[in-house]
Design a protein around this ligand. Structure first.
Ligand SMILES: Cc1cc2nc3c(=O)[nH]c(=O)nc-3n(C[C@H](O)[C@H](O)[C@H](O)COP(=O)(O)OP(=O)(O)OC[C@H]3O[C@@H](n4cnc5c(N)ncnc54)[C@H](O)[C@@H]3O)c2cc1C
Length: 432
């Protein structure tokens, strides 16, 4: 039952499929706890990915990974809030992350840089990372997933690696979810996105300088993200049926809808195109199962919600951080696997559902900002302990949740039940 990989032989504690933010965070924090972790990603990093704007929730796992100073040093632009042309409000309105309390800013990034930084950190902390390694499918024994089959670019044949647990962090490819879980598509959020980059863009004035701009149009909305210097990432999101019924291509739709914007058009008045157009299906979904015998899902591989509030990377890394702590305990106490993963799955779904419910409500642009604040309060703070605006900012910062925080799950009662209480911080005591 052993695997050989470039001279490394033996089984792993954990195999992670995909080295994006979810997989790399989970792998890094498990390796830091002394576990033998193999990460397989089909791409060579740095690789392009859409999703440049972050929210404060991401700073919790980035701090844990020791990456905040590196993000600053890399020159990622600090993001303090957002400017919205949205709803039945007469003027653009703003939100500032400071209103939400604890973490007042996040960053705009180039994802190739951010994702490489997290994956490199996983390597530094001891994870074994193989790039250009495409996972073809799971290895099963007696109904349990015990490893994966994968092919490495440039090498003949398919290899096999085995582990106590396989984590699927393969994003929308859903390598294991596709096989073991049904998917529920969110009918209201069956969207499509088209985006490109512009140079020489103007910035929003004053305190709004580094805000993300979100501007609604008749059938969709635009994002405008100041990535660095004069460069903006600009994307248009509309319903799939609107796009398919239109006689315009997505690129033409982008151009004609851009003409109908006010604020965004103004920022782009002297802009020059800096890249071609890219498109993606942008359908929100949830897997019906987040885990099974020997496997568990994290990040987009588990669930995906429309990028209206730039929540994807925060969700992926918060869930990855949470999962790393849970898997650490499972590896020391294998008897708790099913119950522990149930608990992870419930907390993750609750956290995700709150954001999804809010995004669905926010898509109704006939309302005023007071309505959106109240909606956030109903979801987040039904006892109205905070001002509704504070609840709104907390929610879109990724810093709230019914579960009392996705990242703060206790399993102590489960471990006590198996009579095997151990200190999570001390891997040497684990004997694995
Ligand atoms: C249009 C659009 C705009 C977005 N904007 C934002 C935004 O502004 N901010 C934000 O936070 N989020 C945004 N997102 C969402 C965000 O990009 C994702 O939520 C985030 O990348 C999820 O991270 P992940 O690690 O789960 O998946 P990914 O980042 O997709 O990583 C998955 C990895 O798995 C690898 N992989 C796939 N299949 C295999 C295989 N068979 N074998 C081995 N490896 C495999 C891939 O190569 C990839 O590196 C946006 C999404 C879309 C569609």
């Amino acid at each position: 039952m052993s695997s050989t990989l470039f001279g490394f032989s033996g089984d792993f504690d954990v195999i992670v499929i995909g080295g994006g933010p979810a997989g790399a965070t989970t792998a890094a924090l498990l390796a830091e706890r002394g576990h033998r972790v193999l990460v397989l990603d089909r791409e060579r990093f740095p690789r392009y990915h859409i999703g440049e704007s972050l929210i404060p929730g991401v700073m919790v796992p980035m701090e844990e990974l020791g990456l905040v100073e590196r993000m600053e040093a890399k020159g990622f632009e600090r993001k303090y809030g957002g400017t919205l042309v949205w709803g039945n409000n007469e003027v653009p309105w703003n939100f500032s992350f400071t209103t939400g309390g604890r973490i007042p800013y996040a960053f705009h990034t180039r994802r190739a840089d951010l994702d490489t930084m997290i994956l490199d950190r996983a390597r530094e902390l001891g994870a074994f990372v193989v790039e250009e390694a495409t996972v073809k499918g799971p290895v099963e024994e007696n109904g349990r997933v015990v490893g994966v089959r994968y092919a490495v670019g440039g090498l003949d044949g398919v290899q096999e690696a085995r582990a106590s647990l396989v984590i699927d962090a393969s994003g929308q490819a859903r390598v294991l979810g596709r096989k073991y879980s049904e998917i529920t598509w969110n009918e209201q959020l069956r969207n499509v996105a088209v985006w490109t980059y512009f140079d020489n863009c103007h910035r929003l004035p004053g305190d709004e300088w580094s805000n993300i701009l979100i501007e609604g149009t008749r059938d969709g909305w635009f994002w405008g993200i100041p990535i660095d210097k004069g460069v903006f990432s600009v994307g248009y999101v509309t319903r799939s049926d609107v796009a398919s019924k239109s006689d315009q291509s997505l690129k033409e739709l982008f151009a004609s809808e851009l003409e109908t914007t006010s604020k965004l058009k103004d920022l782009l008045r002297d802009a020059t195109p800096a890249a071609g157009y890219r498109t993606a299906r942008d359908w929100s979904y949830t897997n019906d199962r987040f885990h099974g015998d020997g496997w568990v899902l994290v990040g987009d591989a588990a669930a995906f919600v429309d990028p209206l509030f730039s929540t994807g990377v925060a969700l992926a890394t918060l869930a990855g951080s949470t999962l790393s702590k849970i898997v650490d305990k499972i590896l020391r106490n294998p008897q708790i696997e099913e119950k522990a993963l149930d608990r992870y799955s419930t907390a993750y779904r609750n956290f995700f559902d709150d954001i999804r419910t809010f995004v669905e409500g926010f898509y109704d642009r006939s309302k005023t900002k007071g309505f959106y604040f109240d909606l956030a309060q109903q979801i987040n703070d039904p006892d109205k302990k905070n001002d509704a605006q504070v609840d709104f900012v907390k929610l879109i910062s990724g810093l709230s949740g019914r579960a009392g925080g996705l990242f703060d799950l206790s399993l102590d009662d489960l471990i006590e039940n198996v009579g095997d209480v151990e200190d999570v911080k001390d891997p040497s005591a684990a004997g694995n």
